[in-house]
Design a protein around this ligand. Structure first.
Ligand SMILES: *[C@@H]1O[C@H](CO)[C@@H](O)[C@H](O)[C@H]1NC(C)=O
Ligand SMILES: *[C@@H]1O[C@H](CO)[C@@H](O)[C@H](O)[C@H]1NC(C)=O
Ligand SMILES: *[C@@H]1O[C@H](CO)[C@@H](O)[C@H](O)[C@H]1NC(C)=O
Length: 266
């Protein structure tokens, strides 16, 4: 146990150093860094099982919002048979054979996609997966994240994470995390409208730096945007990844709180 404690401690230290480097724009999501084990315990990887043989491959991200439910984006879930999904919780290494002691796998029993989701505009890009068996409560690398009741103030520092494409266009095996400032719906709509882009619809909020460089990307879809320990957004879309003046787009959790509550209480 003493060894493990030391490991966690030194890793925490490493995270602080890596966080400092992040400011200098080094390494890895776009502009992010490797997480430490247990650092983002609400993050899951949603895999798809191979049609033949064993194994699965990364499909998109999600957040644990109750012992039975994973919140994700509709655009990744739509059109996929429920039996193909496999949820990886308590891992930072997303390879299906990874051997982390905290790793927990779950099948999916039901999928709820927003009734008015639009695959062309990404309007209402929100979905909930119900797992066949509760997530454990005694695993330090797995926990639920509380849903934000309201949007944070403009510029609030938030965290997004995922196993999506990194700076060099490759999919990382270790979960990446990056800090991004929150951008309200109205400000984001103005930013996009200034470029004659009318993509920002009701229920969408954004995050990112005006100069770009730090963002979620392909494969991060469905993953969390967490601000002050609460889930504020779901990785949804964006014009490219980390592009200047095109902040990442998220489905707003406060906006959809009633829709979410109605499914989770079922
Ligand atoms: C991509 O970048 C990551 C982190 O810098 C590195 O570990 C990985 O080897 C790179 N992959 C390629 C193909 O360059
Ligand atoms: C992730 O897990 C796989 C399978 O166990 C392993 O081959 C790979 O080296 C791991 N990746 C890292 C970066 O530790
Ligand atoms: C998922 O379902 C398959 C097929 O019913 C079963 O073989 C497997 O053990 C289940 N896995 C988990 C983690 O529940």
């Amino acid at each position: 146990m003493a060894l493990q404690k030391f490991y966690v401690l030194s890793c925490a230290l490493l995270c602080i150093i890596l966080e400092a480097q992040e400011v200098l724009g080094t390494s890895l999501i776009i502009g992010g860094r490797n997480v430490c084990p247990g650092e983002i315990p609400y993050q899951v990887a949603i895999h798809r099982k191979y049609y033949f043989g064993s194994g699965s491959y990364h499909w998109c991200g999600g957040s644990i919002i109750s012992r039975r439910h994973v919140l994700t984006a509709a655009h990744g879930i739509s059109g996929v048979p429920v039996s193909e999904f496999l949820i990886f919780a308590g891992v930072i290494n997303n390879t299906w054979q990874s051997e982390e002691p905290t790793k927990v796998l779950r099948n999916v029993s039901a999928v709820h996609i927003h009734e008015d989701f639009n695959l062309e505009t990404y309007f209402n890009d929100i979905a909930i997966l119900t797992v066949t068996e509760d997530f454990p409560t005694d695993n330090h690398a797995i926990s639920t994240i509380p849903l934000a009741e309201e949007h944070p103030a403009e510029g609030t520092e938030c965290t997004t994470s995922g196993w999506g494409k990194t700076d060099n266009d490759t999919l990382p095996s270790i979960l990446q995390v990056v800090k991004v400032p929150f951008i309200s719906h109205n400000t984001c709509q103005e930013i996009y409208t200034d470029k004659n882009d009318d993509s920002i619809l009701p229920g969408m909020v954004c995050a990112g730096y005006p100069e770009g460089g730090k963002d979620a990307c392909g494969g991060d879809s469905g993953g969390p945007l967490a601000c002050g320990g609460n889930l504020v957004g779901i990785v949804s879309a964006g014009e490219g990844c980390g592009l200047e003046n095109y902040p990442g787009v998220y489905a707003s959790v406060p906006y959809y709180k009633k829709w979410i509550a109605d499914i989770v209480k079922e």
